[in-house]
Design a protein around this ligand. Structure first.
Ligand code: PLP
Length: 363
């Protein structure tokens, strides 16, 4: 049997033993609901949630009060649409770097969509930032793997409209670089825990000014009092946006994933090595730059899904298809691509196995 080779960390990162053990320990020995009791076990869960919130805040250079737990990036962007309630007159600026998760919730809301041009490097063109009521910025495309200049994009968008609401999709960026929400000055920054090695089902929504917005969800845990005639007094903190029971087990593991990603970012030398190895292979057309955080390419005359099937048959897992990013593929003039991405578990041997597979496919 072949060794299973996972080269798809950008889709979701494999979990460390430390994280799995911590979550198992929480479930076995520490489990209770948060904010719903006075016994020591519940207080310990409350502390755990507060500590994770502080750890996330520190990770993003902000305060706990600005951190809301969500189910992930897609969930957060749908929630932001419900919080902002755009109308047909609301101008929402997006770009072709967006993941479907970042753009479709706004498109679906019926808002007026405007596409910000990309420059010759396929980055958001900071010289052509349009007027926006809401600006959705993908900090790093999951296909192109390049960090965008968020502070400059935000500065220029605010020059056009000081009241613009900036929403940053940091689902890929968070894996590779430190998020500094002070430097970014965005209104919302969202990411998913599973991309950095935490469990699925937990994500983060940073809100710069929580008091400026009303929660899109109501329910348990976020209300102080409700009068008989239905007047609701919400709690003060970020819990105001967290109706219902939180994904506690995933929250218990999140600080571990943060420690691990901060201390051990994916080894980009492996991506550069893969780039150098396949760039001379005939029929291979690389779509990304050598310094990108992922390697995306096509093989002339071979459908990407066929490559995916061959790779799968060799127990090599890479991402193939449009990667929920149709717009950038359209811009590149292709229907889809093959993407290699790495995490802590990958070695040069994995890349060698992948490169010999590509060689075999073009023979
Ligand atoms: N945005 C980007 C750039 C992504 O790469 C992804 C996932 O691949 C998402 C959004 C959606 O993340 P999730 O499926 O965790 O909600």
């Amino acid at each position: 049997m072949n060794k299973f080779i996972y080269l798809d960390a950008a889709a979701t990162m494999q979990k460390s033993d430390r994280l799995i053990d911590a979550q198992a320990e929480f479930l076995r020995e520490k489990y209770a609901n948060s904010g719903r009791g006075v016994c020591a076990r519940v207080a310990a869960v409350d502390n755990m949630v507060n500590n994770t919130r502080r750890r996330v805040a520190d990770f993003m250079n902000t305060d706990s009060d600005n951190i809301v737990f969500t189910a992930g990036t897609t969930d957060a962007i749908n929630r932001i649409v419900n919080i902002l309630k755009p109308t047909a007159d609301t101008i929402v600026v997006v770009s072709d770097l967006d993941h479907h998760s970042a753009r479709l919730p706004f498109q679906f809301s019926g808002a007026k969509m405007v596409v910000c041009p990309l420059d010759e490097n396929l980055c958001i063109d900071i010289n052509q930032i349009p007027y926006a009521d809401v600006f959705v910025v993908t900090a790093m495309s999951n296909v192109m793997g390049r960090a965008q200049n968020i502070p400059e994009i935000v500065r220029r968008a605010r020059e056009k409209n000081p009241d613009v609401v900036i929403v940053v999709d940091a689902a890929q960026y968070v894996v590779h670089q430190k998020i500094d929400v002070v430097a970014w000055d965005a209104d919302f920054v969202v990411w998913s825990g599973h991309k950095i090695g935490a469990d699925t089902g937990v994500g983060v929504m940073y809100i710069k000014n929580p008091s400026r917005f009303v929660s899109d969800k109501v329910g348990g845990g976020m209300v102080n009092t409700v009068s008989r005639d239905g007047v609701i007094h919400f709690v003060d903190g970020p819990e105001r946006f967290e109706a219902g029971t939180l994904p506690l087990t995933q929250i218990a593991g999140l600080p571990i994933a943060i420690d691990e990603i901060q201390n051990n970012r994916p080894n980009q030398d492996l991506i550069k090595y893969a780039y150098d190895e396949i760039k001379h292979i005939k029929r291979v057309k690389i779509l990304t730059t050598r310094d990108a955080c992922v390697l995306s390419f096509i093989i002339d005359g071979m459908h990407v899904l066929d490559f995916g099937a061959v790779a799968g048959a060799h127990d090599i897992c890479v991402r193939v298809g449009n990667m929920c990013a149709s717009w950038i593929h359209k811009k590149l003039g292709v229907d889809g691509s093959i993407r290699v991405s790495v995490g802590a578990c990958n070695t040069k041997d994995d890349i060698d196995a992948f490169v010999s597979l590509v060689r075999g496919c073009v023979k």
